[in-house]
Design a protein around this ligand. Structure first.
Ligand code: 0O2
Length: 221
């Protein structure tokens, strides 16, 4: 009957969203373990900031329509990879690859897709590393393999992407050419800053540690 069908559809949807929530939490734990480990035992942390989000039902449906994906949970599961998303902001470009490698090499993480928009920026200037990974989620009666999208980028890339995202939505995707040109220019400037900061960081890292330098000074007393 109709009521039975509605209850079944509701339960299916709850299970669908719940699995992504759990997959997100599992992946987030992995990222936070790396972040905390770095802060406990190393002298610098390549992870500046971590954020996460579950795509809203409206967002999922809008993306499904845009991609021509049938509006069924099985099809959505197969075709939409960013229902669960994590964004990791790093200090320097090299750090984004370090974190990518650390996550990709974990035994229970299956890499589905890697897009390197840092080495190959998008036409508009967008830079970021995108990973789609799959993690097992152990439920009461089964194991679900859940896809999570991870975006890894520097602070400068993130700064650029948030403004570009706002502008894109403000103009409903139809951004005037002058603004597009300025955004591309800003992406070049952001990249120049990233390269310069990384070089400075490397130079400073090569210097002896300040306290070590002090203690190694010959004493005049
Ligand atoms: P939102 O609102 O951030 O969730 P796909 O459609 O996912 O199969 P796509 O879109 O080519 O394939 O995937 P891609 O390129 O990996 O991009 C996925 C996400 O990366 C986007 O999600 C954005 O979050 C981000 N992104 C990609 N390109 C740009 C860009 O030019 N500017 C900015 N600011 N972000 C970008 P959504 O769902 O499109 O958007």
């Amino acid at each position: 009957d109709q009521r039975g069908a509605l209850v079944a559809a509701r339960d299916e949807l709850t299970r669908f969203v719940m699995a992504y929530q759990f997959g997100l939490e599992e992946m987030l734990t992995k990222v936070n373990i790396l972040k905390d480990e770095f802060s406990y035992v190393r002298d610098y942390n390549p992870i500046e900031h971590v954020s996460s989000r579950l795509k809203s039902p409206e967002g999922i449906l809008a993306k499904a329509v845009r991609k021509g994906c049938p509006l069924r949970v099985d099809a959505i599961r197969e075709q939409i990879f960013d229902i669960a998303g994590i964004r990791i902001t790093c200090s320097f470009i090299a750090d984004t690859y370090t974190i990518r490698d650390m996550l990709m090499s974990q035994e229970d993480v299956t890499v589905v897709e890697v897009k390197d928009y840092i080495a190959h920026p998008k036409e508009n200037g967008y830079k970021s590393l995108h990973l789609i990974v799959q993690v097992p989620v152990f439920l009461s009666d089964r194991v679900e393999h859940v896809k999570v999208e991870i975006q890894i980028r520097t602070i400068a890339m993130d700064f650029w992407a948030s403004l570009e995202h706002k502008i894109y939505y403000k103009y409903d995707g139809d951004v005037p050419q002058t603004l597009l040109d300025e955004l591309r220019d800003a992406a070049t400037v952001a990249n120049r800053l990233d390269v310069k900061m990384e070089r400075l960081h490397q130079e400073v890292s090569r210097l002896p540690h300040a306290s070590a330098a002090e203690t190694s000074e010959p004493s005049s007393a």
